[in-house]
Design a protein around this ligand. Sequence first.
Ligand code: 5GP
Length: 352
Amino acid sequence: TPTIEGKMFIKALFDYDPNEDKAIPCKEAGLSFRKGDILQIMSQDDATWWQARHEGDSNPRAGLIPSKHFQERRFALKRPEVHIQPLKISNRKSSGFRRSFRLSRKDRKTNKSMYECKKSDQYDTADVPTYEEVAPYQRQLNEKYRLVVLVGPVGVGLNELKRKLLISDTQHYGVTVPHTTRARRSQESDGVEYIFISKHLFETDVQNNKFIEYGEYKNNYYGTSIDSVRSVLSKNKVCLLDVQPHTIKHLRTLEFKPFVIFIKPPSLERLRETRKNAKIISSKDEKGAAKPFTEEDFQEMIKSAQMMESQYGHLFDKVIVNDDLTTAYNELKTTFDRLETETFWVPVSWLH
Ligand code: 5GP
């Protein structure tokens, strides 16, 4: 466990190569890093160029990195060309509840002007990813478990992995019970398959930002509430939640301390080989029936995964490629075991 006395650590949320940076005063003095790297800040005396080193690096020499403010400003200027199509893979909507992470005064100012010109959800995802101040965190024995968020494109096998994990230990893992406004079917019980509520109440709850996400299907609402996550965690279980990636940033709070796992498809060739006899539950299909994968499904899966990674990759704590299901499952299981015993870098705002 690294000691943090008086040291400042940041997680890089973008890739940086000083050799490709026209603005750096001296390329040789630059420090290159990858998205996800942990850096120790050695000096912030200069407003434009900070000095930093890779955490745990035995080489004590610090290198130059662009400051947060500088990087945000030049990235924001480039935005129109950097900006990518919004994801269009389901009818799920974010309830867009309050931004819950802490921002410095300077950040707030930068974000404000950004929101004023671009208010829609699609632009909301474009918070300029620069750095995040982090600190080491290890779960205490008497502490609640963390929320684990699983994201991935339709058909990648996320639900299968989730199901396998759940049945491996039903005492330890839990999933949320969604809300719906449709009538209860005779074999269903309230609070088991769904929490059945009226349309009026659902709409009020949406207004009051009680949902992480919701959607409409055949004139009824369906949604996952924040309280349903709390309910799983309060039973002292690990809560497994699969959501659209744009909801991640709303879940990143001290209360939930989410660990985000991205389930990624393998190459197109491997998809064809491994999913030859498998079926996909397509969101495009009205009845939601399972059908054999088509070539188009494979291509869409890869395209969607690429978009998720480029827009939200900085929020992923772990990427698991689902090539062979058993291998992917074992990797997932190992990740969960590590999560409970090892030290992780989390935003400083999660440690009060
Ligand atoms: P059913 O009424 O047959 O139980 O489910 C109808 C549809 O609602 C299914 O396609 C299911 O995936 C969707 N659904 C179930 N729970 C949720 C939820 O929490 N959020 C959203 N957006 N859709 C859901």
